[in-house]
Design a protein around this ligand. Sequence first.
Ligand SMILES: [Zn+2]
Length: 478
Amino acid sequence: MLPTLASALSAALLALLPAADVVKPAATPAAAPVQGAEPDPQVIAQFGLLDNAKLQSYIDQKGMQMGRISDRPADVKGFTVVDSPIINAFATPDGHVYFTRGILAYFNNEAQFSGVLGHEIGHITARHSQKQQTRSTLTTGAILLGSILSKRVASVAEPLSQVAGLGLLKYGRDAENESDGLGVKYSSKIGYDPASMADFFLTLQRTEQQSGAAGVPTFLSTHPNSADRYTRVKKLAVQAEQQAGKQLAVNRDQYLRLIDGLAYGDNPREGFVENSVFYHPELKFQFPIPSGWQSQNSPSQFQMAEPNGKAIIVLLPAGNKGLDETAQALAQQLNLQNAQAQKTTINSFPAVVIQGDQVGQDQQSGQQGVTARTLSYLIQDGQTIYALVGLTSPSAFSTYAPQFQRTAQGFQRLTAADKLNRQPERVRIKTAKTGQTLATALAANGIPSKRYEEMAILNGMKTTDKLTAGQLFKVVGK
Ligand SMILES: [Zn+2]
């Protein structure tokens, strides 16, 4: 967890030149819609919007259908797929439900999707946010409710989501159980087999065991006793099936065809880290990350943090108003005292370096004073200015200033073809032949053996499972 230093500064960083963005344009909601009908711009800034009309229209259709049969149809407002490899689904207090492309890749049928959709709608219709907020003092903008967290959110995203002002709201056992029950109820009401939701808990459990992330919040540690939860949902599902009085749908093949071609894992087009260097193929630059630091990329910024949160560097777009004007705006946004700006050149890019003390309110004493010291660089690449903002406490400045400096001075044009042409992996749906196990089917499709377990989890199977001729299964590839 980053200390108060970083979280106090985050607002200033986010306020800085919000119109621009590093990766691609964030969604601009239409004028004055029903609150919650459009995705929250803060969530989109954090995760990005997935450009996939087929999937978006599928979740709109299923979401609206389920909203109508829910206990509070008017509270369920909208649905969005975000462009993140994190395995997650969540609802915001305004009645909007989000799925990441990461979680959509891991579902193996429509019934699993429907169960998680019902669980999230359940958080909205049971009004868990209102109940939670009376017990919590969270005041940040977007609060993510009832997250189903898994490995990719783990080590880095949790502390850094605080920096971005996205507090993750967690529920207790009662709220989660209530939502599981509502998930069973709602998904069976629209015709899906609710037992599949329980199976998906097992998939989540396997992704966490595989990632082996130590000491981080996971679905299992944030949700009490998942074995109980699995058993409970299976039991509720049997009742729901009896009540339905008909065969409920699973729709495996339909779902798999729907996600054929979906990006899997990180999308390197939006920037990627390799051997402690950040590369951005679209914007064609690179710079080094201080060794051992954690990093997280989002559409609006790229954040690097010292492992104990003692210092951070944030890369963010800073518009195109020219270096002098941007330097003044930065000093103002960061509330800097005695700021000193100096022109320089970094690998032939015109630049300005700014040092100054940030004045703010000390979170402990409440007194006004110097809360942080910054060494920031504004770097001009054609019409675009990038800000690399380094922040730490005044006492640690001499320790971290050289790292801020090395990162900024390592900013250079990206020219390596293998980095410029990097493409994301995608989910590919294949058809099994007679006599194949999952492992032999993966081998026949060129999957290296070190990825068999990962692919088995993705398929919700064991590597030794026998496939029937014509059965569909997932692989990943370019
Ligand atoms: Zn939940």
